[in-house]
Design a binder for this molecule. Structure first.
Ligand code: SAM
Length: 156
């Protein structure tokens, strides 16, 4: 659904075998380019083969930081690196167009402030919710799943 709002470019970190990327490609309008990076060579090859006949989709075998070289994006899905969960936090001011959308999923719903997980402050989720360059919401999608969706502020 969010891919449908992209005008020019979409990126994803962590392609795995390309399932999420297929949804993004299906939702994106004509002319929108998609880039996905996967650090595992075997997974990157599987995904690249899946999209071999889809010229607007590119899969690179690389660390997530490779997305900086092709920014900015209208939609960025952080699913393997850059989520502020341990291997760095992506910089939305460098990676997103003003008004661009960021998605980070696989959180556990939390009703506390600051958000918590396993009895501790969830610093990854707090990073996005408190980010000065973003308007961010934490959307509970299931009993055990929430997703952070953020829009880059346009008044910076
Ligand atoms: C949860 S899976 C991604 C699922 C996929 N996006 C989907 O929707 O089908 C996470 C993937 O991120 C990759 N990954 C982990 N750290 C990475 C990094 N630093 N750079 C690139 N890919 C990374 C892993 O190898 C794994 O395949």
């Amino acid at each position: 659904m969010l891919a449908g709002g992209a005008r020019r470019r979409i990126a994803e970190t962590g392609t795995e075998c390309g399932v999420g990327l297929a949804w993004l490609a299906d939702g994106a309008g004509p002319g929108v380019e998609l880039l996905s990076v996967e650090q595992d060579p075997a997974r990157a090859k599987v995904a690249a083969d899946v999209f071999a006949d889809v010229p607007q989709v590119r899969v690179l075998c690389a660390d997530w930081t490779e997305i900086y070289a092709h920014a900015p994006y209208d939609l960025l899905v952080l699913d393997g690196g850059g989520q502020a969960k341990g291997n760095g936090a992506a910089d939305p001011e460098r990676l997103l167009e003003p008004g661009g959308v960021l998605v980070v999923d696989d959180f556990t719903p939390s009703r506390t402030w600051p958000p918590s997980y396993a009895g501790r402050t969830d610093t990854a989720r707090l990073h996005w919710l408190a980010h000065p360059a973003l308007h961010t919401v934490d959307l509970p999608l299931a009993a055990d799943l929430s997703a952070v969706v953020a829009v880059r502020r346009t008044n910076l």
